[in-house]
Design a protein around this ligand. Structure first.
Ligand SMILES: Nc1ncnc2c1ncn2[C@@H]1O[C@H](COP(=O)(O)OP(=O)(O)OP(=O)(O)O)[C@@H](O)[C@H]1O
Ligand SMILES: [Mg+2]
Length: 379
């Protein structure tokens, strides 16, 4: 604490009644709010001024954080717009500045005083704005939580509905399948007749229907992962197997494949489920690539780290639309005309049941999905 500072604060302390009076007048003039509780207001201004004096005297280490909260509460209570209030604060600062300038004394003392004053007001303004942002943020958080809850509720209802529909379809489908097989066994036409072809066609369609229905039921499968027959499985083999299914479409649409698979990448799991997960990712990659004319590329890599196997499926199709990025793995989210929106939901479920994680990144040219599984040492 310097002697000069002490002088300035003494001087400002002497002038306190006059300065406070001017500040209150400025408030009346600029905000002219009849609602204000005068005693509370002048008390508040007085306290604020005291704190400033202590700062000038170098006696206070008190932060202005709590003051920001109090002032912001006052502003809101009085229904004063932030703009008007900040403009009043500026008037108050100017009043004190004028008094500092009028002090008989050295310029250096005045300059230091004004610098202290500016810092004090800036700190307060920052605290008021921060406080305001915090209140807005809190409100936004409550709203977001509500939207999230409603969305979850909607999903649960949708899942329940589709699940019961799927059950309703599956049962008659099973009997249709049985009767068709019975009928087929009773006709004694050779294999290449039209009748036989019709049966083939019906059987194929029934099979497709079964696959679709089972996938919806899969989503609500509560069966424990451990209840299945878990095996040590090579992810490389799974990828190669699924790729074979896609080979015709990959050739037909001239999709360039870039595959990097190590020899060992064993995970503990259910083979059919893992195949389904990889199938869904590749299906999406192909769907995306069909939306562009040329230079279609898919990259598949498997990396084995110390205790993880990471499978990446990447393509250079159009990026994932921003609007669905947050709900990408929820069921029934789709941008495709005939999409059911269950591919990624199923994939996520499978990965999580294998104690793995799924990540997505879609930026610029590349869209990439990563499946991360715990690695087990295989032969
Ligand atoms: N590789 C990708 N590139 C671009 N968009 C993608 C990709 N994968 C998924 N998407 C977006 O995510 C949405 C959801 O994918 P998801 O696989 O769950 O459903 P779907 O493909 O629309 O339908 P389906 O149930 O037949 O799989 C897609 O509609 C698409 O908009
Ligand atoms: Mg899909």
């Amino acid at each position: 604490m310097t002697h000069q500072k002490y002088d300035l604060s003494n001087y400002l302390f002497d002038k306190k009644p006059l300065i406070i009076k001017e500040i209150i007048e400025a408030y009346d003039k600029e905000i002219s709010n009849n609602m204000v509780d005068f005693a509370i207001f002048s008390n508040g201004v007085s306290n604020l001024y005291e704190l400033f004096l202590q700062k000038v005297a170098g006696n206070s280490s008190e932060q202005v954080v709590n003051i920001g909260v109090k002032i912001e509460k006052f502003r809101k209570g009085e229904k004063i717009t932030l703009e008007n209030f900040l403009s009043f604060m500026e008037s108050a600062r100017l009043i004190i500045e004028k008094w500092i300038i009028s002090i008989p004394g050295e310029e250096i003392v005045k300059s230091k005083g004004i610098a202290e004053l500016n810092k004090f007001f800036l700190d307060i303004q920052r605290e008021i704005t921060l406080q305001l942002n915090k209140v807005n943020e809190d409100r936004l958080k409550v709203k977001n939580a509500e939207v999230y809850r409603l969305e979850k509720e909607r999903m649960q209802i949708l899942s329940k509905l589709s699940n019961s529909f799927a059950h309703e379809i599956r049962n008659p489908l099973t009997s249709i399948k049985g009767f068709i097989q019975l009928l087929e066994s009773r006709i004694d036409k050779p294999a290449d007749t039209d009748e036989r072809k019709y049966f083939d066609y019906i059987n194929r369609e029934i099979k497709e229907l079964e696959v679709q229905v089972n996938q919806i039921l899969f989503l609500s499968d509560r069966k424990n992962h451990q209840d299945y027959n878990l095996k040590s499985i090579s992810l490389n083999q799974i990828v190669l197997h699924v790729l074979r299914t896609f080979q015709p479409i990959i050739n037909e649409h001239r999709i360039q494949l870039d595959i990097k698979l190590p020899k060992h990448s064993m995970v503990n799991g259910i083979e059919d489920h893992l195949k389904l997960a990889v199938f869904k990712l590749l299906q999406n990659a192909v769907d995306a690539l069909l939306m562009k004319e040329k230079e279609r590329k898919i990259k598949i890599t498997l990396n084995t780290k110390k205790d993880e196997v990471v499978l990446s499926v990447t393509n250079n199709g159009p990026p994932i639309p921003e609007v669905i990025k947050n709900s990408l793995f929820d069921p029934f989210v789709s941008t495709k005309e005939l999409g059911k929106g269950i591919g990624l939901a199923i994939t996520k479920q499978i990965v999580e049941k294998h104690h793995g994680k799924i990540y997505c990144r879609s930026e610029g040219k590349w869209t990439s999905f990563q499946l991360v599984f715990p690695y087990i040492l295989g032969k």
